[in-house]
Write a new protein. Structure first.
Length: 292
């Protein structure tokens, strides 16, 4: 009897010790160590708060604002708008160590894949605009020289401009574009997003192409869209009709309804062309029979 009690007590003590050890281990694993809690998946880093792009489609940019071109000349922003050609604005800063270079590289690579008739200056213009008001025209000129060499298209330097401006002008332009950025003191660089903004010949925001990789087809469609089909060929206009911009995928996708309408029109045209000779022969036959 005594041995049974001793065994029971030993088991009870063992269970108690195990429970105590488990509690101590649990307490240690959840103890506060002075470090901030890890971020959850949908939480935005503090450094990126207030950074991004608010698309302002249909909004106007102030063409009376004064900027400096890569020659150091102060000119009106409107001097780059002639009422005929759309303009691509790329908000960047020229001393950027990363994202801006990726953006300009991606845009240049896409432009190089486009036909010669789509060379910068022939159907559209580009403004690479620094949002760092401390940057100078000399820095802009050096950046332009680099990218003109990479692009390698003759005459492109005449209509691809690298611009700088004072703080008030920078704020006015970026706010009209919905482009939000801020200085990251810990990294000593600007935190910002990346997009090519398509502007109509009269200064209206027409389309945003976000990211650092661009599809030549999307660029052509966006530029053609900005001029209501006036700068592209008939084929370009037909392609624009069959595609629509999908903001969720950030690219142009097939517009099924328009494609169906075009398919129906083609079928009707084919039927007319097929039936027309038959109708002509039938009329000729009737005339011959009537003349007998």
């Amino acid at each position: 009897m005594l041995s049974a009690k001793l065994v029971l007590n030993a088991k009870t003590i063992g269970v108690a010790l195990s429970a105590t050890a488990l509690l101590l281990f649990s307490a240690n694993t959840h103890a506060y160590d002075g470090k901030p809690a890890p971020m959850v998946a949908n939480e935005q880093p503090k450094e990126l708060e207030g950074v991004g792009i608010d698309e302002k489609l249909g909004g106007k940019i102030d063409l009376s604002l004064k900027v400096k071109d890569d020659n150091g000349q102060e000119v009106a922003l409107g001097s780059f708008f002639d009422g005929k050609h759309p303009v691509i604005i790329s908000p960047v800063y020229f001393s950027c160590p990363g994202l801006c270079n990726f953006h300009l590289n991606g845009l240049t690579d896409a432009l190089k894949l486009m036909e010669n008739e789509w060379t910068v200056g022939k159907k559209f213009k580009i403004l690479s605009m620094s949002f760092d008001s401390k940057e100078t025209p000399d820095l802009a000129a050096a950046k332009k020289k680099t990218y003109m060499k990479i692009y390698g298209r003759e005459g492109a330097e005449k209509e691809w401009h690298f611009l700088t401006a004072d703080e008030a002008t920078v704020q006015a332009i970026t706010q009209s574009l919905g482009f939000k950025f801020k200085w990251d003191e810990s990294q000593k660089e600007w935190a910002h997003a990346s997009a090519a903004v398509i502007i109509t010949p009269d200064g209206t925001i027409s389309r945003y192409l976000p990211g650092i990789l661009f599809n030549p087809k999307d660029i052509k469609l966006a530029l053609n869209e900005a001029t209501e089909g006036k700068i592209g060929s008939i084929v370009d206009s037909l392609v624009l009709y069959c595609f629509k911009y999908d903001p969720h995928q950030s690219k142009y996708t097939l517009a099924a309804f328009n494609l169906m309408k075009m398919g129906g029109a083609v079928m009707v045209l084919v039927m007319v062309l097929w039936l027309l000779p038959i109708l002509i022969r039938s009329r000729k036959t009737k005339k011959k029979e009537a003349g007998r």
